[in-house]
Design a protein around this ligand. Sequence first.
Ligand SMILES: NC(=O)c1ccc[n+]([C@@H]2O[C@H](COP(=O)([O-])OP(=O)(O)OC[C@H]3O[C@@H](n4cnc5c(N)ncnc54)[C@H](O)[C@@H]3O)[C@@H](O)[C@H]2O)c1
Length: 386
Amino acid sequence: MKTINIGLVGYKFMGKAHSNAYSRLGMFFDADAAVKMKAICGRDEEWVKSAAEKFGWEGYETSWEKLVKRNDIDVIDITAPSNAHKDIAIAAASEGKHIFCEKPLALTLSDARLMYEAAKKANIKHQIGFNYRFAPAVLLAKKLIDDGKIGTIRHVRASYLQDFIIDPEFPLVWRLQKDVCGSGSLGDLGAHFIDLTRFLVGDFKSVMGMQKTFIKSRPIVERMIGLSASAQEDAPRGEVDVDDGSVFIAELECGALGVFEATRFAQGHKNDLSIEINGDKGSLKFVFERMNELQYYSADDDAGVQGFRLIQASEGIHPYMYAWWPTGHVIGYEHTFVHEMYEFVQAIANDTATCPDFSDGVKCSQIIEAVEVSNQRKAIVDVNSL
Ligand SMILES: NC(=O)c1ccc[n+]([C@@H]2O[C@H](COP(=O)([O-])OP(=O)(O)OC[C@H]3O[C@@H](n4cnc5c(N)ncnc54)[C@H](O)[C@@H]3O)[C@@H](O)[C@H]2O)c1
């Protein structure tokens, strides 16, 4: 069996999620190639060495430039913040490496397009980390929609709500700096429901948005772990130059209307991603914090027993569940990463198309940028005009 050698950039939140996915893959799935966790890369030698040992990587590098040039690496997986994606991806493509890149694809739409062009030119496999597509309940929703069970879709409403930066003294982490993340709540959180909407319902035609920065300056960050961070008591403050909250309405190519909201200022909501889709024959609702369930209403049910039913998508009949535990033994967040890596490995092993790929990343960046332009112009923006 072919072995695919992985080089991973980044060792924190997503670095750990991807490392876990690679190490679980062969244990649960019969992929057509094996993966070898060759090297993990970070700038701080002490930290990256310790991550390599803890996560099970064969070795480590302190420079991504060196990693992408290594002859014993087939895949470059990018889990650094958005400002690093373009240079790493373009260099990796020019070295003929396959690329997995976290979302959003790049700082800007034009950078995202450059990455997609480089990947196409190099004829390598490229995939983007829209992991929520790989929740079995989302795939069940996709099947029900494709089978016509909810009919013609009229409405989509999606939100992604968190509350971790409500405190004005929460430090100025990279997620609040435009030159590192490109976009705030919209690019970080909204990217996921934009992709889910495209996956389940279709492309966006036009958008109209409003964005707001509630806290305009914050103490300079001293230390970051996951989504938490600390600053010194008398730390100087720096400017927050991205959106804290974003709302927008949209028309989709299929004629449906959409309402969307991304914020990190929704007190009590920790990682509350939800999407509801209404068609003329039924409705579907997915809430990530109850990710093993899908709510489904069918207008075809008999009168008197109609109502939203709660489907457990944790049975072996549902996508990917065969690989895990006996029926009803639920799965979690980390499993979505194993599923996306399984598909990526299968595409490399069998020379088939990856999905979602960088073209999906470009489309997502186009919608993010359209909302930003709409907010500036106070006008409806045709997504394809950008
Ligand atoms: N799919 C998801 O659900 C999801 C969730 C969180 C984050 N993300 C995305 O993943 C990416 C990383 O986010 P995170 O939360 O893991 O960030 P993080 O801050 O936890 O980790 C970033 C890592 O990148 C490394 N890094 C930064 N610049 C580097 C460089 N020039 N060279 C080498 N390493 C470098 C850092 O040392 C760190 O290890 C972002 O694009 C983010 O939007 C996706």
